[in-house]
Write a protein that binds this ligand. Structure first.
Ligand code: HEM
Length: 402
């Protein structure tokens, strides 16, 4: 890994943010890192790490000084090749620009609006089912099922094989945004074989003609992108679109199941769903961290950064920065104005799939809010330990109908 030297003004931290204990409860270490200064030096990884909101925001917004083209994990593509050909996320302008044009053209307000009816129909069926069950696992029986069905249909991929391939594929892909340790190796081992399934479903002939995947190929017909780029953009939809939303739904359920008064407020006023979701994205960000690389030597908030150096950004910490969200930043409150959080990133790489995720969550939580009077935990949630992502693998809950 590339390293720049700590320069005296930066506190040096021996802790490992990627060990089991810190992944299980990252916030005490995040608080210490944030309070230690605008950056800290992570001794175990030889990188500067940023945890304050304002610094993370500025780095993400400055794609010329802090590039993505050398990878958004600790591996520096200038020295070592990526594990798979780079795509939209790990590219810089000018290569990034046509990819973004095609992707945002496909995920347009018009193309997304027409998805609502099908999302709504499945949300009703799912809520019927969980209300009948009363006790269920809010991850495996709700958070995973919803996007696997509605997002899979929206993209236009075959139903068979979705769950077995897309979830492990996403977990593997996002592992490359963190250190290449034993956990990384485990997710790569678990994802073996999924690449073939994903890549075969990026091919035009395997996509349904009315889905978002097929719409990406229309940009290849128009000459905006090449066939190779179209394949990689469908790949981006499939590898970035599912796990993230599954985690966001699960995290929102966890927040609401452990904050009875917040559920009561939501049930009282279902239009608050989008605030409950945004606050959960801030409070328990599905993307906790990723990296950028300096394109040149830089002095940033008094921190001297070498050229071509990796820097780590901890959005999970930035989104709880009291400087931005107030002294109660460590609390989940749905009436807070959480807008501006960094859970979807910011700048030219800001999540292009955000409108789809937001629609999925808005439809699902509005339906739950209307029809579920109470939700509570009935067992210990099992954390999903991952170097980049945050969420739960099991969340046993009980619901009562309205
Ligand atoms: C709640 C769910 C989601 C979260 C928290 C999330 C988060 C993010 C973040 C933080 C980034 C910026 C990464 C960076 O700056 O390096 C990003 C980019 C991206 N996301 Fe999402 N995402 C979500 C859902 C989706 C969905 C549903 C899709 C696909 C439909 C998607 C596709 C993408 C793509 C293609 C990029 C790269 C954009 C670019 O580089 O221009 N995401 N996402």
């Amino acid at each position: 890994m590339t390293s720049s030297t700590a320069d005296g003004v930066v506190a040096s931290i021996p802790d490992d943010p990627y060990d089991d204990a810190n992944l299980t409860d990252p916030y005490p270490l995040f608080d210490r890192m944030r309070e230690a200064g605008p950056a800290v030096w992570l001794e175990q990884y030889g990188v500067h790490a940023f945890t304050r909101f304002e610094q993370c925001r500025q780095i993400l917004a400055d794609h010329e000084r802090f590039i993505s083209g050398a990878g958004v994990g600790p591996r520096n593509y200038h020295q070592e090749p990526p594990w798979r050909p780079a795509g939209i996320l790990d590219s810089d302008p000018p290569a990034h620009t046509p990819l973004r044009t095609a992707m945002s053209g496909v995920i347009s307000p018009r193309n997304i609006r027409v998805l609502r009816a099908a999302f709504q129909e499945f949300a009703v069926r799912l809520v019927d089912r969980v209300l009948e069950q009363r006790e269920f696992d809010a991850i495996t029986e709700l958070a995973e099922l919803f996007p696997i069905e509605v997002f899979g249909n929206a993209v236009g991929i075959p139903r068979e094989g979705r769950a077995e391939n897309l979830l492990p594929h996403g977990a593997m892909n996002f592992s490359a945004f963190g250190p290449e340790d034993a956990r990384y190796a485990r997710y790569f081992a678990a994802g073996e074989g999924t690449v073939e399934w994903v890549m075969s479903n990026c091919a035009r002939e395997n996509l349904s003609p009315d889905g978002l995947g097929a719409k990406i190929w229309e940009y290849a017909d128009q000459g905006v992108i090449t066939s190779d780029e179209a394949t990689r953009l469908v790949r981006a939809l499939l590898s970035a679109g599912l796990d993230t939303t599954v985690l966001a739904i699960g995290n929102t359920m966890k927040c609401l199941a452990t904050h009875a008064s917040e559920w009561a407020a939501l049930h009282e006023s279902p239009p608050l769903a989008r605030f409950a979701i945004d606050e959960a994205l801030r409070f328990e960000s599905p993307f906790q961290s990723f990296f950028r690389t300096t394109s040149r030597k830089a002095e940033f908030h008094g921190v001297r950064l070498a050229e071509d150096a990796k820097i780590a950004l901890f959005m999970g910490a930035a989104n709880r920065d009291p400087r931005r969200f107030g002294d109660d930043a460590g609390e989940y409150r749905i009436e807070r104005d959480a807008s501006g959080h960094l859970a979807f990133g910011i700048g030219i790489h800001q999540c292009v799939g955000q409108p789809i995720s937001r629609l999925e969550m808005d439809v699902l939580f509005s339906e739950l809010a209307r029809r579920v009077r109470t939700v509570e935990l009935v067992g210990e949630p099992v954390p999903f330990l991952h170097n980049t992502l945050r969420g739960w693998t099991h969340l046993p809950v009980r619901v009562t109908p309205a």
